[in-house]
Design a protein around this ligand. Sequence first.
Ligand code: ZN
Ligand code: ZN
Length: 381
Amino acid sequence: MRCGKMAAAAPSAPAAGAAGGWGGVRRRCQRLLYWVPVLFISSILCWSYYAYVTQLCLLTMTNIGEKVVCLVAYHIFFMLFVWSYWKTIFTLPMNPSKEFHLSYSDKESLEREPRGESQQEVLRRAAKDLPIYTRTMSGAIRYCDRCHLVKPDRCHHCSVCDKCILKMDHHCPWVNNCVGFSNYKFFLLFLAYSLLYCLFIAATDLQYFIKFWTNGLPDTQAKFHIMFLFFAAAMFSVSLSSLFGYHCWLVSKNKSTLEVFRAPIFHHRTDKNGFSLGFSKNLRQVFGDEKKYWLLPVFSSLGDGCSFPTCLVNQDPEQASTPGGLNSTCKNENHLFPAKPLRDSQSHLLTDTHSWSDIGAKAEKGKVGMSNPALTMENET
Ligand SMILES: [Zn+2]
Ligand SMILES: [Zn+2]
């Protein structure tokens, strides 16, 4: 186990302290460097605000009506863009709830036992009442030996955050955050609003951009802002539209970026569409039941991030005890995350509306559903 390796690697206390100190400084520097892409985007955003509002609208446009319409529309797009970007960056990724963590005694016995059947027995016991349907390639329980927990379905360990992230999509350097269950909707809106922002700027700047090349603009510094503004908006529009299109496709198929590269395995059977419930339900799983919240960066996704309905459940006798898992409150170490933040955010994606943990608490021992095939430990990054 990792702890064992760390203990064996520590030669003496002062040396370990010095190494720890240096390691700490390096980690802090690394963390600061991770903010560089965010600063880059923010700087471009600030410059675009100045270039569009001051140089284009206030100093170059002569028609009052055009000026007012552009300024009002621009500020709406700008506000939505910044709001969704902010929420994507600063929404903490959700980690598995405490039910998935091994107990202290399980951790100890896992470290004590040699790899093999006895370790599998410990994991089998720990996973007995958990709503997990996905397995490793070999049919083993998905286990994270860095976080010491049984991984919920669609959860992955992020090597940058060094944590297990619920429904991890990818770690995004442009927001310096993991995109996962807690902020996937915000990320989608960020892509959508940044694309609209760029398209709006490109469309309204186009006529002045043409005037720049036909010498129709007065010879001031505004003309260079107008030119660069168009180039930047057009360039970002192209890259954002392909990324946004790709994520729209992912939502329609109920897949994460990671699942495109490695399809989930349900009891020895790979199924790349295992979590797909049909277009409408897939959309509602991310955006929620209430349409009035769909376009706002407020949390309205359905579920608790720990368990997900799958259309395979009814076909697989081993998954007969379907946990609804769509309206529970999911606690984690950092914060209490509102799994049901909006009133009447009921999910009817599958028939059961109770949380899996409620079901687990009430379930009788020996209930069909979580008997596992051969279990081995998985080390997944
Ligand atoms: Zn982990
Ligand atoms: Zn991450």
